[in-house]
Write a protein of this length. Structure first.
Length: 406
């Protein structure tokens, strides 16, 4: 054995020429042949150290798996490189597209930039305006059993569904002996009788509803029996709504001999059989209480709205509108007459289900009838009734111009 000495390293070198089963140092990747004649011992030591470092940094692989492993590493490397390249290309294309879009939308003119800012502000204001809070008008009624807050929404949904079975506003065309003026005079007289007996408002509205529904289904009523029909309708409504209803003879006395007890009882049978005892029908008063609550009306404003829906009973042309729409128009017109704006709010729209444009249309017709009735010398019962201190003299409130609400 030969030994190559360095100052700090001793490396043995064996001679395997006489050993047939081992490799020669020419085949060893570590110990490569070194020409002694070319270079000093330090150079030979440095070359040997370099061979050792390369050997342990890159160990020899199994010749059976070397090709496959190298192929897998090569293929995976190529795939990774391709995926990275494709993702980078996609990012570059997306960024270039965004840049192109931004460049296309970029405004250079100061006026264009100003207009663009104004449009953005308008869009933001519209979004803020669209998200308007709706007040829960039943949140304080859960301790009041008479307010039935658990069922109030279902009740008014049922009333709005039932009010669709409305009366034909042109039903008087088939009655040759009765016209709209006679109907208005009859209702004006019933208001006086209703006030004399101190009946509740529901009784009056139900009586007028019974008259219109019966006349739309029957053509046997003449001018002479029209007052008997009105008296009988108020008699039936009193028994339905009042706790202590007036007796039949009280109505005979009020009629001052124009009808008898037998006539009233016979007309009662005729009315009930014609309507098939279906007496319940929504009126504007039912909806007014709900809408006044939604609008936050005080006593004076609510009384003004009651005056408006009560005077609407005189005009047969308003029958083309549903009772809920008449109540909504009364709230709209009452707020306009009282000078309380806004006339229509998001809370009112939510609980009434009516847009302001539709309510305004009915309010304009309503206001035109009020101006017409103001000039009339007859039909003063309702106006006289609401001109007292008990009702806050709301009938004396000045009307608004049509242009102010239309």
């Amino acid at each position: 054995m030969k030994t190559i000495l360095n100052s700090k390293l001793i490396i043995p070198v064996e001679n395997h020429n006489n050993h047939p089963s081992t490799k020669s140092h020419h085949d060893d990747p570590i110990l490569k042949p070194i020409n002694a004649s070319k270079g000093s011992s330090s150079i030979r030591t440095r070359d040997i150290l370099a061979n050792i470092t390369n050997h342990y940094a890159h160990p020899a692989e199994n010749p059976t798996t070397k090709g496959a492993t190298s192929k897998k590493r090569t293929s995976s490397f190529i795939e990774n490189e391709s995926s990275v390249a494709s993702s980078s290309n996609n990012r570059q294309s997306k960024s270039s597209k965004l840049k192109n879009v931004k460049n296309s939308k970029r405004k250079t003119d100061p006026m264009d930039i100003l207009l663009e800012k104004e449009e953005e502000e308008e869009e933001t204001a519209a979004k803020v305006k669209s998200v308007v809070p709706i007040e829960d008008i039943d949140k304080n009624d859960f301790h009041d059993p008479q307010a039935v807050p658990e069922y109030v929404i279902d009740i008014y949904q049922y009333l709005m569904e039932k009010e669709k079975d409305a009366v034909d506003p042109l039903y008087l065309n088939k009655l040759s002996d009765i016209n709209s003026n006679m109907r208005a005079v009859l209702i004006d007289w019933l208001v006086e009788v209703h006030r004399m007996f101190k009946l509740i408002p529901e009784t009056l509205f139900m009586a007028v509803s019974l008259i219109d529904r019966f006349l739309s289904l029957s053509s046997t009523v003449s001018r002479e029996t029209l007052q008997v029909l009105g008296t009988t309708a108020l008699f039936i409504a009193s028994k339905y709504e009042e706790i202590y209803a007036p007796e039949c003879m009280d109505f005979v006395y009020v009629c001052d001999g124009t009808c008898t007890k037998q006539q009233i009882l016979k007309m009662e049978q005729t009315v009930l059989n014609t309507l098939h005892f279906n007496l319940t029908h929504p009126t504007a008063l039912h909806f007014l209480r709900r809408f006044s609550k939604a609008s936050g009306s005080d006593y004076l404003l609510h009384t003004l709205c009651k005056y408006l829906i009560e005077i609407s009973l005189l005009d047969i042309n308003l029958l083309k509108y549903t009772p809920s729409l008449i109540a909504a128009a009364a709230v709209y017109l009452g707020r306009a007459m009282a000078g309380k704006g806004p006339y229509w709010t998001s809370t009112l729209e939510h609980y009434s289900t009516y847009k302001e444009s539709k309510v305004r249309e009915c309010a304009c017709v309503f206001n035109a009838f009020l101006k017409k009735n103001q000039k009339s010398t007859s039909l003063k019962a309702i106006k006289t009734k609401y001109s007292t201190d008990k009702f806050g003299k709301v009938s004396e409130i000045a009307l608004v111009e049509i242009m102010d609400i239309c």
